[in-house]
Design a protein around this ligand. Structure first.
Ligand code: GLN
Length: 537
């Protein structure tokens, strides 16, 4: 087993996760079995209770673990199957250690950051190394070098590599090389200081991945090499991408990053063949068709808040040879200005998942606009709940229809809590979470799209369609085209006489890949294309 540790310096949001994932792509395409893992230094036990504005989307794994969005990159860029072992926060580490302390697990000892916290972290690396059976484990350390809270993780990986001997572990540091306009040049000092900080605690990076907005040039590379103590060829340029994050693996390959990694780790594998990946990029850059759709949400200002949704849209674009421009629309703005003003001219409308009341009426108005104007609609989780409420109010005439999440006393609670959820008070990890079976109705649009009758999809929600209303909906053309394995819970809905009106209670966006677009997204973009072609100008 070979180990790669990825740290970050200078600023956050450098794209460490993307870099780790892209290296994973390259190593996988060299024929290696790769596993990826993320450490997050914050004290939340998992990111499930964090506001997307703070932390971006919460990414959900098959086993229901709510994780950091970087794990989404890992799954999109590689074939790795992630579980709760692949994401570890300081909160989880401390919780484990403190629970053990209460049980008497350290009886007689003083429990300390070193060795108890650091040992707990190392055990998690070992556990994953043992269970994953991978050739290479890439571990990304969240946060920025120099943060107090990241220190135990850095200390843990430093210690960990000691027992591995030579050529079995390397450190990669992702850093930032800013262009200072007044000086007219790229500056290496922040990188020098960040590397110095790492060396202070005993970690010497083998490779520096330099994020920059323009080529580094020979001089800058030489300077970084000299002052940061890495060979010239270990200064890897990672320039801002022109079109898409999927260019990153190709960029790193051109910089011979994977060659160097293999050399350092004494891995003998032929070069990665990235032809299919180049094909994806080609379709991304020069698609045959172009469409514009709207995503109506509540965290619109922050692209990371709906990360997987935007990625799944991109993948569907690739599958349809279609460039998709996404207009991000604040649901609250629709409440102020009306749906027509904001949605007119769009080829499709998507309402993603969400929690809380803000913007709810705007989302309902968006669904109504899509349904009445026969514009392709895709609803995800809350987007399915909104579609049901809209239908109840405006087609069935059920005044005041709502979800009990937003109106406890609604006369028509078409979306409501299951009995088993009613007693739950704790917020962390208590929703309906993770991969569950979905049965698709024979003859439905979704069964055609999937080309299957039973699929598995990931969930993250508390409220469900209220079965007391199913019959009334069905009588007027609302199709429950997917249900849970025993038919009890509504999973998918669609409208018969509409170009594309599909919504699901689960989160298909978590299972879409650049080379394997999710059927619901693929069908949606195909419908958008068709709709725009047929629509009179
Ligand atoms: N708030 C809704 C629920 O809990 C929808 C959740 C979601 O969209 N992820 O059921």
């Amino acid at each position: 087993m070979k180990y790669i540790f990825v740290t970050g310096g200078v600023v956050s949001s450098l794209g460490k996760g993307l870099t780790a994932a892209s290296l994973g792509t390259l190593l996988e395409n060299r024929g290696l079995k790769v596993c990826l893992q993320k450490f997050d230094p914050y004290l939340n036990v998992d990111p499930g209770t964090m506001n997307p504005f703070q932390h971006g989307e919460v990414y959900v794994l098959d086993d229901g673990t709510e994780t950091d969005l970087d794990l989404g990159h890992y799954e999109r860029f590689t074939n790795v199957k992630l579980t709760k072992l692949n994401n570890l926060t300081s909160g989880r580490v401390y919780l484990n250690v403190l629970e053990r302390e209460r049980q008497g697990g350290y009886l007689g000892k003083t429990v300390q950051v070193i060795p108890h916290i650091t040992d707990e972290i190392q055990d998690r690396i070992r556990l994953l190394a043992d269970t994953s059976k991978a050739d290479v484990l890439i571990t990304e350390i969240g946060g920025t070098t120099g943060d107090i809270e990241g220190l135990p993780f850095l200390e843990a990986i430093r210690e960990f590599t000691l027992e591995l001997g030579y050529n079995n572990a390397i450190f990669i540091h992702v850093t930032y090389v800013p262009f200072i306009r007044a000086a007219g040049e790229l500056k290496t000092k922040p990188t020098q200081q960040s590397v110095a900080k790492l060396r202070e605690i005993g970690i010497t990076p083998h490779l520096l991945v330099c994020r920059c907005d323009r080529p580094l040039g020979k001089d800058v590379r030489q300077k970084i090499s000299l002052f940061c103590n890495v060979p010239y060829e270990a200064v890897i340029e990672e320039k801002d991408v022109d079109h898409s994050i999927y260019e990153v693996p190709l960029m790193l390959q051109r910089e011979r990053m994977d060659d160097l990694v293999c050399q350092l780790l004494r891995i003998e594998q032929p070069p990665a063949s990235m032809a299919y990946w180049q094909d994806i990029i080609r379709k991304l850059i020069a698609p045959q068709h172009r469409v514009r759709i709207g995503v109506v949400g509540k965290y619109i200002g922050l692209p990371d808040a709906y990360k997987s949704v935007y990625e799944a849209i991109t993948h569907a674009g690739v599958a349809n040879d279609c460039g998709v421009e996404v207009e991000r629309i604040e649901a609250e703005q629709i409440e102020r200005d009306g749906a027509e003003k904001l949605l007119k001219g769009l080829g499709g409308i998507l309402v993603p998942g969400g929690f809380g009341e803000r913007g709810i009426e705007g989302k309902i108005a968006a669904v109504r606009y899509a349904r009445e104007n026969r514009i392709p609609y895709l609803g995800l989780c809350l987007g399915m709940q909104m579609a049901s409420i809209e239908f109840a109010r405006h087609v069935l005439g059920l005044e005041g229809a709502h979800s009990t999440e937003f109106d406890k006393n609604s006369p028509h609670p078409v979306i409501a809590l299951l009995e088993e959820q009613k007693g739950i008070e704790a917020k962390g990890g208590t929703m309906r979470l993770g991969s569950q079976e979905v049965q698709l109705q024979v003859g439905s649009r979704v069964a055609r799209l999937y080309g299957a009758f039973v699929v598995r999809e990931r969930h993250r929600h508390r409220y469900e369609f209220n079965n007391a209303y199913r019959e009334r909906f069905e009588q007027v053309g609302f199709v429950f085209s997917g249900t849970s394995h025993n038919g009890e819970l509504v999973e998918l809905i669609e409208l018969k006489d509409h170009p594309y009106f599909v919504a699901c209670q689960f989160h298909p966006e978590f299972q879409s890949k650049p080379n394997a677009s999710h059927p619901l997204f693929r069908g949606f973009i195909a419908a958008v294309r068709e709709y725009l072609q047929q629509k009179p100008a």
